[in-house]
Design a protein around this ligand. Structure first.
Ligand SMILES: *Cc1c(COP(=O)(O)O)cnc(C)c1O
Length: 393
């Protein structure tokens, strides 16, 4: 037997950059703006509902597609914010986070050799899930364009589609770039999906984190003409309600797609988070003030961190949404983000992550690093001050 028992196709996937950078943060006592998780709890009503459910015996297997109250809340939420009507009986499934929903979507729709068009830098689980399915990724590179925001080349996207294209995996608002895909970009993606008769899987975990000064509001791809019947829309409670450890996500879409996903999902986790499901139902029903208040808090933190980064001398790429902002290290004399991030804790006591690890075309992201601003205001302000010192020394 060979020494590494891991199946060959998974060997390129080592431990993630987050493991290395979080260990570095601990070792150096730095502020960790690497991994994107909040350092405060979500809404009190949601936490109380979870505690109640635990005490009151919601501790056995919930139904495979999720408890009815949560499926109804997901359907109502989708109608309320995005005007997408869903039947909670057959067009909604609860998953173990958005991560499982993405994995089950790909595993249920892709034959080995099928191609998945996605944008890089991509969320790290995408490449692994595509590989697990034996499918092939066809990344289209997002690059800073004239506006300072990230864009892509239309010809490159068109060329990524071919006879083996099975689906487009789209994350908007986008981690790590903070890009919100515009209506015209979505229109082009939708045209190509229809022309090539492909599915779309959309990861919208940051649907509520689009800032008031964003170039355009968030638009779900599923709402574009001809897209509803071919799109699985995925989201999760983790990012919207600051409970990333709960892993309560969902997928919505036409019955035949939700049913395909569910058939795979039943053999991955079957079900999860029984007592947390009623609590997420409560959270989804919170008033608009919760959603706008949370967005405004994050926006203020983005502004403080961005100011610190600019003072330090980074070329900051504008972030229109999500928990993240990216910065170009070249004005500070950096060339390689990995080296730069390894040295940053010693230089100023802050940890970031290099985004090149989220590209197939590493050269395209070599000079870019990502900071998370989903931390308490005092933490962000301290980090901004530490970073600003880079510009003075
Ligand atoms: C955090 C994140 C996820 C994972 O969501 P979970 O609900 O924790 O599984 C998926 N996609 C993107 C883009 C994310 O940032």
């Amino acid at each position: 037997m060979t020494s590494d028992p891991l199946v060959e196709r998974m060997r390129p996937f080592g431990t993630t950059i987050f493991t290395e950078m979080s260990a570095l943060a601990t070792r150096t006592g730095s502020i960790n703006l690497g991994q994107g998780f909040p350092d405060t709890d979500g809404p009190a009503e949601m936490l109380a509902a979870a505690a109640r459910a635990l005490q009151e015996g919601a501790n056995q297997y919930p139904p495979l597609p999720g408890i009815p109250a949560l499926r109804e809340a997901i359907a109502e939420h989708e109608q309320r914010f995005w005007a997408l009507p869903r039947d909670p009986g057959c067009e909604v499934v609860v998953t173990a986070g958005a991560t499982e929903a993405v994995a089950a979507a790909i595993l249920s729709l892709c034959e080995p050799g099928d191609e998945v068009v996605t944008f890089e830098p991509y969320y790290d689980s995408y490449a692994a899930s595509i590989t697990l399915a034996g499918a092939v990724r066809r990344p289209v590179t997002l690059r800073p364009v004239a506006s300072g925001r990230y864009g892509f080349d239309e010809a490159e996207l068109r060329a990524a589609f071919g006879p083996r294209t099975r689906l487009v995996l789209l994350n908007s608002p986008h981690n790590p770039t903070g890009k919100v895909f515009t209506r015209s970009e979505l229109g082009l993606i939708a045209d190509l999906c229809r022309q090539h008769d492909t599915y779309a899987v959309t990861d919208e975990v940051y649907e509520h984190l689009v800032f008031t000064d964003a170039a355009e509001p968030h638009v779900p791809l599923a709402g574009l003409p001809g897209m509803r019947e071919r799109t699985l829309r995925i989201s999760s409670a983790g990012k919207t309600f600051s409970c990333t450890g709960w892993k309560v996500g969902w997928a919505t879409g036409p019955e035949r797609l939700v049913s395909a996903l569910t058939r795979v999902k039943q053999f991955l986790t079957f079900v999860n988070a029984g007592p947390l499901q009623p609590a997420v139902a409560v959270a989804l029903g919170l008033g608009d003030d919760y959603f706008t208040g949370f967005r405004d808090e994050l926006q203020a933190r983005r502004d403080h961190l961005t100011a610190g980064l600019a003072e330090a001398g980074f070329a900051v790429q504008p972030s229109d949404g999500t928990y993240f902002v990216t910065a170009d290290i070249r004005p500070l004399g950096g060339t390689d983000g990995i080296e730069f991030c390894r040295e940053l804790p010693e230089r100023c006591g802050v940890v970031a992550v290099p985004t090149q690890v989220f590209y197939d075309d590493r050269a395209a992201g070599r000079h870019l690093i990502r900071f998370a601003f989903c931390k308490r205001e005092s933490v962000i302000d301290e980090a901004a001050q530490r970073l600003a010192k880079l510009g003075r020394g």
